[in-house]
Structures are given as structure tokens and as C-alpha cells.
Design a protein around this ligand. Structure first.
Ligand code: ATP
Ligand code: MG
Length: 442
């Protein structure tokens, strides 16, 4: 993509409405624009990141054995009356009436609808276990939408649902999601910490929030540093094996949000392992037994002929919130620093002197070859000041920058910069191409 053609309306000044760094940087980099309170349009640069995050979430759901489907955003109020939640949900639910005076709603979540889909087809124990998910926009009329896409009213969520014969089966599904969540966030360069969350009336220990540490997080969190240092991507996980020991191992250390904080237990940890921080909730998994299957009559016959209500769990990830959360976790005073896996482009190619007889053919040629090699590149071919080009590249935070100026061009060299470290090397265009092409998919 050539910058001269790309729709990326960046801002030089800090927008006054943005209170936190991710919101500020997303507006300044031209990733999103507010359409109305808590509702955003995703411009090309932001949309690319959103899609990459969505794709990582999808791959890890699929890997764990979850099957993708797509439910609508608009649902019927009648279904929510069956579960009793139509009246309980309160003002967060956006209620709509259609031309025939039928009551509808914009889904804040999908337990009812997925349970209906399941009950209409499942008959016997052979129809379980099943794990189904979709990635779809939700609407919650939050009292205080704020922090840009981090607490919006319309937001993109991955929500998965599991169906099992009994609590033991549901626990197996829960463990799969638990492990897959750690992998998902790790692939985005995030250290997400599972923290025991309130399970409400069902009790048990089967609810975890996945929290990443960031100063601007909405919740206060307390955890054991040894937990943060776990490497979850190096393991080759067999989702059909018993994951219980792994999940135990990854949860035994102390980790709690302020609601569940136990000062005495935390205080017993060695001082240098006590981490007191703020956190952002990026995912939430939950076992809720027969809470929806009972009222909605999602039942199957067991092998010995009994009719039972299936045991269910639900598993959410805030896909659009993650765009902001990743920026909160990864930026510096110049702008965003994207982890390679979610970066909108892998490299920014800068021609320092557009129209120059030496730099321009060299930059054009490298652009063509990078594109042919399948490397996603944003080519700044504009005729603007060098300082402006550098500032914009740093702001949008692509992992690598390749700068071609008259001095280097004379020697056939480019400047190869790694955004995260700021390290710069002078190498041949050929070497830059090789570095970028070989890092593909890394
Ligand atoms: P929160 O406590 O932040 O309000 P929640 O517990 O109500 O979230 P869940 O119902 O667990 O949210 O939804 C699953 C995920 O969806 C959350 O972990 C979060 O990442 C994301 N999410 C929830 N509400 C919003 C929102 N208003 N804007 C963006 N993402 C959201
Ligand atoms: Mg939650």
C-alpha cells in the first residue's frame, strides 16, 4: 500500500476527548473515529489490526475444537423471556420494536440464542460434547462508555458456548478454553493472567477473568510474579488429553482482582514476588451448569434413557477491546509499538526524497519485491518533510522501518530500524528484503 493512496487520516495534535493513551493513539493514527458515544467506525488501519486479532482468536478456538458459526445481532425478545433475562437485563439492553410491533433487541450476549439452536437439534448423548462460537458485534448501553474502544457500547466479542452431559464434561470444555485463552493472548504478545472471578449462585471454582496488566486498567489486581513468567507457547498442547494438571499448574499461584483479594495470603508471598497493579479484562470464562438449559429445555437423553438438561459454559473475548489493550501494553512516547502478529503492516518503507533520481527507483523496486514476497508493506512515497514521515511511522508503530535516503542510495544501502528497540542497521536493500521475507509469519 502506498501512503499517497492510503486512507489514514492521522492527527498531529492530541484529541482532547481521549483520557488514556490507547484512545489517544488510535485517534491520532487514524485507526478509528467515533460515530456516536461509545460507537466507532474502524478506518482501514484500525480495521486491519481488528481482523488480525480476530484471526488469532479464531485459529486458537478452532485448534481447541470449537466450531465457528454466526448468529445475528438482532434477537427476539420472546426468547429472552423464556430465560427470564428480558426483564432482568435492565437498561444495558437496547430494545427495538419492528414494524409489526414485535419486540426485538440488539444482542448483548448470546446464551439464549445458542441454547435455542442447540435444543432444536440435539436429542441424545451422542450430540454432546459440542463447543460452538461466533465473532459478532454486541451492544450494551453502558452508563459510562469511555476509553475509546475499551469500553464501548457497540463492541466485537468472541463468544463460545459449550454443551456437555455432566459437570465433569463441562470442566473438560472449560479447561480447553482456559488453555486456548492463554495461547491466544500470548500470540498477541500479551501476558494475560487468569484470575478467579465470582461465580455467582452456582459456586465452584469455574470462572476466570483473563487480565492484562496496564496502568490504565479499570480494576486493581494482585498477583504472584512467578505466574507472569510462564511461557505457554512453547508447549505442544494436545486438547484431547487431560488438561486439568496444566490448568492447575497455571492457576495455583496467587492472582486476584480486588473483589476477591485476600491480603493475608498475598502478604505471605515473598516481597519480590508481590505484584500490585492495575488490569484490563480481555476475556472471561464461565461454567454455569443448567442455568439456561433448564428454563429453555435444552435436553438430551443419556445412554440409559434418562432425560437431562445439558451442562453449559460460556467463554468471551473482547476482540475490539484488545486493540486498545494491546496498545496500552505496548507503546512509547513516540507512538504505538505493535507486536508483529497483529501489526497492520509488517514494515514501513520510507522514501526520504520523493522524486529523487536515486532513491525513488530503489524504493519502488524494494516495494515491488516486498509485495511479491508477500510482506505487508506501507510505502511512504509522499512528497513531505522527512521529519513528518519519521514521526508518522513511529506513531503507527509498524514493527520495522526501511528508510531510503540519498546518502544510502548512493552506496546501495538502506536503514533498517526495529521499532521496538530503536536499533538501526545500515544494510543492502537485498539484505533488508531477506530479513523481512524470512521473518514472515514469525
Ligand atoms: P466488564 O467487567 O469489563 O464490563 P463484562 O464482565 O461485562 O466486562 P463479559 O460479559 O464477560 O464482560 O464479556 C466478555 C468480554 O467482552 C470481556 O472480558 C471484555 O473483554 C469484553 N467487553 C465487555 N464489555 C465491553 C465493552 N463495553 N466494550 C468493549 N469490550 C467489552
Ligand atoms: Mg466479565
Amino acid at each position: 500500500m502506498r501512503s499517497s493512496q492510503f486512507f489514514m487520516p492521522t492527527l498531529r495534535e492530541n484529541p482532547s476527548e481521549a483520557q488514556i493513551v490507547s484512545h489517544r493513539l488510535m485517534l491520532r493514527a487514524g485507526m478509528v473515529r467515533q460515530a456516536s458515544s461509545g460507537i466507532y467506525s474502524w478506518l482501514p488501519l484500525g480495521f486491519k489490526v481488528l481482523k488480525k486479532i480476530e484471526q488469532i482468536v479464531r485459529e486458537e478456538q478452532d485448534r481447541a475444537g470449537c466450531q465457528e458459526l454466526l448468529m445475528p445481532t438482532i434477537q427476539s425478545a420472546d426468547l429472552w423471556r423464556e430465560s427470564g433475562r428480558y426483564d432482568d437485563y435492565g437498561k444495558e439492553m437496547l430494545r427495538i420494536t419492528d414494524r409489526h410491533d414485535r419486540e426485538m433487541l440488539y444482542g448483548p450476549t448470546n446464551e439464549e440464542l445458542i441454547t435455542e439452536i442447540f435444543r432444536n437439534s440435539a436429542k441424545s448423548y451422542r450430540d454432546v460434547p459440542k463447543m460452538l462460537y461466533h465473532i459478532q458485534w454486541k451492544f450494551r448501553d453502558e452508563v459510562r462508555p469511555r476509553f475509546g474502544v475499551m469500553r464501548g457500547r457497540e463492541f466485537l466479542m468472541k463468544d463460545a458456548y459449550s454443551f456437555d452431559l455432566d459437570a465433569a464434561g463441562a470442566r473438560r470444555a472449560y479447561n480447553k478454553m482456559f488453555v486456548s485463552y492463554l495461547r491466544t493472548f500470548a500470540r498477541m504478545g500479551l501476558q494475560a493472567i487468569p484470575m478467579a472471578a465470582d461465580t455467582g449462585p452456582i459456586g465452584g471454582d469455574l470462572s476466570h477473568e483473563f487480565i492484562i496488566l496496564a496502568d490504565t486498567g479499570e480494576s486493581a489486581v494482585f498477583c504472584d510474579r512467578s505466574f507472569i513468567e510462564r511461557d505457554v507457547l512453547s508447549l505442544d498442547i494436545d486438547y484431547d488429553s487431560d488438561l486439568e494438571p496444566l490448568v492447575k499448574q497455571w492457576t495455583t499461584d496467587y492472582a486476584a482482582t480486588d473483589e476477591k483479594h485476600d491480603a493475608a495470603r498475598f502478604g505471605a508471598l515473598p516481597k519480590d514476588r508481590q505484584v500490585e497493579a492495575r488490569g484490563i479484562e480481555v476475556g472471561h470464562i464461565f461454567y454455569f451448569g443448567t442455568k439456561y438449559s433448564e428454563p429453555l429445555k435444552a435436553q438430551v437423553q443419556t445412554q440409559d434413557g434418562q432425560t437431562i438438561s445439558v451442562h453449559m459454559g460460556s467463554y468471551g473475548i473482547g476482540v475490539s477491546r484488545l486493540v486498545g489493550a494491546i496498545i496500552e501494553a505496548s507503546h512509547d512516547d513516540k507512538g504505538i509499538v505493535w507486536p508483529e502478529s497483529v501489526a497492520p503492516f509488517k514494515v514501513g518503507l520510507v522514501n526520504l526524497k520523493a522524486g529523487d533520481a536515486a532513491t525513488t527507483p530503489m524504493a519502488d523496486d524494494l516495494y515491488a519485491r516486498l509485495t511479491r514476497a508477500g510482506v505487508e508493506v506501507l510505502y511512504d512515497d509522499r512528497d513531505v518533510r522527512a521529519g513528518e514521515k519519521f514521526a508518522q511511522m513511529d506513531l503507527i508503530g509498524l514493527p520495522y522501518q526501511v528508510v531510503i535516503g540519498p546518502r544510502g542510495a548512493a552506496k546501495g544501502e538502506v536503514e533498517f530500524k526495529t521499532r521496538k528497540t530503536g536499533a538501526v542497521e545500515e544494510i543492502s536493500a537485498e539484505a533488508a528484503l531477506n530479513k523481512l521475507a524470512s521473518r514472515q509469519g514469525a
